[in-house]
Design a protein around this ligand. Structure first.
Ligand code: SAM
Length: 327
């Protein structure tokens, strides 16, 4: 059976005009489900989806009514950051998601909600997990912004797997049927501390009793209230983007100057509200009616020595991996 092809291959196929037809239409299973890890997860078609994300972002990105700005600076650039291997993503935690989900999915957990996703990385990881275990899945991907949802639809179409997408604020989401599993990656940092209790309460009401939240969040014990790029980090980030764009082989679909302008907008806008401690997390989940089944903290090493420093950049950060069961 063929696996997914490398990004480099896909980029070349795309430039040669192979495009979608060059990409295998179905995912294939690894030789052993137990062997699944970041290294056995199929490569993603980033060279194809990065230009798509940029195009989608220009028209689809969510406009925040509070200030009238959109998130195109984020969703339009994110896939290029992944193409350069600069950022940490759900793929870095694939082994955790697999370990946390294998038993529930074998026991019949089918209805999965992805609560916010920058692109198709987390759906791809979970779809691969279900398929490699030979178990069917009903996946709903929710995000407040249409751009990542459109990317997920594009990806799901390519691998011939149905998914449902919902463009809504998670705090307002009221589906008819409950979920068995909610998965997220680095989602809590999108919410102010005062909003997090409402988020976790919403997750609770979206799950059936015994259902679970499986999530990963960066822990920053000494961080200020809001984490943003420092002036020095911004300058380095923009410079690394320029170098990566100039050296890209095969060449990117856009000029280095255009990507640099996108990088400048990104560092100016990027903000994260850090989680300081696992105690804070445990208290929030337990307070909302969850039992903590698993909590581990560990580092994710830099994906590449070229990765610049800054919020969500890869390299040495500590992540809490949590499984919380609805009581
Ligand atoms: C899940 S977080 C972090 C992304 C993560 N690093 C990844 O690789 O997928 C980012 C996503 O959350 C979404 N988001 C932020 N606030 C939201 C809300 N209130 N409801 C639903 N989605 C939200 C954003 O649109 C964005 O796509």
């Amino acid at each position: 059976m063929r696996g997914w092809r490398s990004n480099r291959f896909l980029a070349q196929a795309c430039l040669r005009g192979g495009g979608a037809a060059a990409y295998p239409s179905r995912m294939t299973a690894p030789s052993s489900a137990a062997a699944m890890s970041e290294t056995t997860l199929p490569d993603e078609p980033l060279a194809l989806s990065a230009p798509l994300a940029r195009a989608f972002a220009a028209t689809l990105c969510h406009v925040d009514p509070r200030h009238g700005g959109s998130c195109a600076w984020y969703h339009g650039l994110w896939q290029y950051l992944r193409l350069f291997d600069f950022v940490t993503t759900p793929r870095d935690h694939a082994a955790f998601y697999r370990a946390a989900l294998l038993e529930p999915l074998r026991a019949g957990a089918r209805r999965v909600l992805i609560s916010g996703t920058a692109d198709y990385a987390l759906p791809a990881c979970l779809l691969w997990l279900y398929r490699s275990a030979g178990v069917p899945v009903e996946m709903t991907v929710l995000d407040i912004c249409r751009t990542p949802l459109r990317l997920c639809e594009w990806f799901a179409d390519r691998i011939d797997t149905p998914i449902a997408t919902v463009a809504q604020d998670i705090l307002e989401y009221r589906p008819v049927e409950a979920f068995d599993i909610i998965c997220t990656h680095a989602f809590l940092g999108r919410f102010q501390p005062a909003e997090r209790a409402a988020l976790i309460a919403r997750w609770h009401s979206l799950l059936r009793p015994g259902g679970r939240v499986v999530t990963v969040n960066r822990i920053r014990p000494d961080a200020p209230e809001t984490v943003r790029f420092t002036a020095e980090q911004s300058a380095r980030f923009v410079e690394r983007i320029r170098q990566a764009a100039q050296r890209a082989e095969p060449p990117l679909d856009l000029s280095a100057d255009t990507l640099v302008a996108m990088a400048q907008a990104y560092v100016a806008a990027k903000r994260t509200v850090p989680l300081r401690s696992t105690d804070e997390l445990v208290a929030m989940f337990e307070g909302a009616g969850f039992r903590i089944e698993q909590l581990a903290v560990g580092a994710v090493e830099a994906r590449t020595l070229r990765a610049p420093a800054g919020p969500t950049m890869s390299g040495g950060a500590q992540y809490a991996r949590i499984v919380a069961v609805r009581t």
